[in-house]
Design a protein around this ligand. Structure first.
Ligand code: GRF
Length: 294
């Protein structure tokens, strides 16, 4: 069955049902979702209809546990979400998300900025904008920074629904991942699973991309698990890698896409438009057409 053929009522109803209950009614085996995508472009763009590329048999979508309480399927009537953004550097993604919030493009607010360095560009920008800053993890001297336990408590106190990592270089502790299941996103500047992992950060990523000879690169947004860059992929954008590119030129081209895609995804997250396919792949439901996913 094609995605377009899903009965909207059926889909709406599923989305408002407790996932545990759904698991009982739809046992794993007969409810497979299969992807046959001969006609799909290399990377589907946001909002692309899945009708040609994806066939859904006995479809069963389960709404993501995004930390808040319900709302309808397009995000209308959904309460504003509270976000925590984590940075280690300049924070240009953080700024573009903050600007989109001020413009009304994202149904949420940044409750707190978490920085691995108290004096980084992102932290300084947050202070100027009146956004509280937490330093995490503890500095080597121990004079600043919270423990994982205290961080989780602080985020709970701020009533944070979702966490967006935006250039945060430290590994997220398991305690925080357990406290925020399916609620933490990261942006990485390559097309994962290529050029990801502990040693791939900053210009190293772009140098490796150029050296490999691949012709395309671009940002990936993924859910965060206990390892670097291995969580479920939610969105990707593609840019060309040109024959004369330096790492800096490629980084700038990728970063431009990052600013757009992270805002779009943060908007979808805050409107509760992230849907989990039965096999564990997260999809984004289009705002304009609830039968379209990307
Ligand atoms: C971005 O390239 C992002 O993909 C990576 O770190 C960089 C952060 O840039 N995770 P900025 O601090 O948002 O400018």
């Amino acid at each position: 069955m094609e995605a377009q053929a899903i009965n909207p009522h059926f889909s709406t109803t599923l989305n408002s049902i407790n996932p545990n209950f759904l698991a009982k009614i739809f046992p794993r085996s007969p409810t497979r979702v299969s992807c046959k995508s001969p006609n799909l472009s290399f990377v589907p763009q946001f909002g692309t209809s899945l009708k040609k590329g994806v066939s859904l048999r006995s479809s069963c979508f389960v709404k993501a546990k995004m930390g808040c309480d319900g709302g309808d399927e397009l995000g209308e009537g959904v309460g504003r979400k509270k976000l925590a953004v984590f940075v280690s550097g300049g924070g240009s993604n953080f700024r573009s998300i903050h600007e989109a919030i001020l413009d009304g493009r994202i149904n949420g607010d940044i409750a707190v900025l978490v920085a691995s360095k108290a004096e980084c560009g992102g932290a300084n920008y947050a202070r100027k904008k009146g956004i509280p800053v937490i330093v995490f993890p503890k500095t080597k001297s121990g004079s600043e920074g919270l423990s994982p336990h205290d961080l989780a408590n602080a985020l709970r106190k701020c009533k944070v629904d979702n966490i967006l990592l935006a250039g945060y270089l430290k590994l997220i502790p398991a305690e925080l991942i357990r406290a925020y299941p399916k609620s933490i996103l990261n942006i990485h500047p390559s097309l994962l699973p290529s050029f990801g992992g502990k040693d791939y950060y900053g210009m190293k990523v772009h140098r490796a991309v150029i050296a490999s000879g691949v012709r395309y690169s671009g940002p990936t947004i993924h859910f965060v698990d206990e390892h670097y860059d291995t969580g479920r992929i939610l969105a990707q954008r593609v840019v060309p890698v040109l024959p004369t590119d330096t790492a800096e030129e490629l980084a700038a081209r990728v970063l431009q896409e990052e600013h757009q895609v992270y805002v779009e995804i943060a908007a979808a997250l805050c409107e509760e438009r992230i849907i989990w396919r039965e096999d564990g792949v997260p999809l984004i439901r289009s705002k304009d057409d609830p039968d379209k996913y990307s």
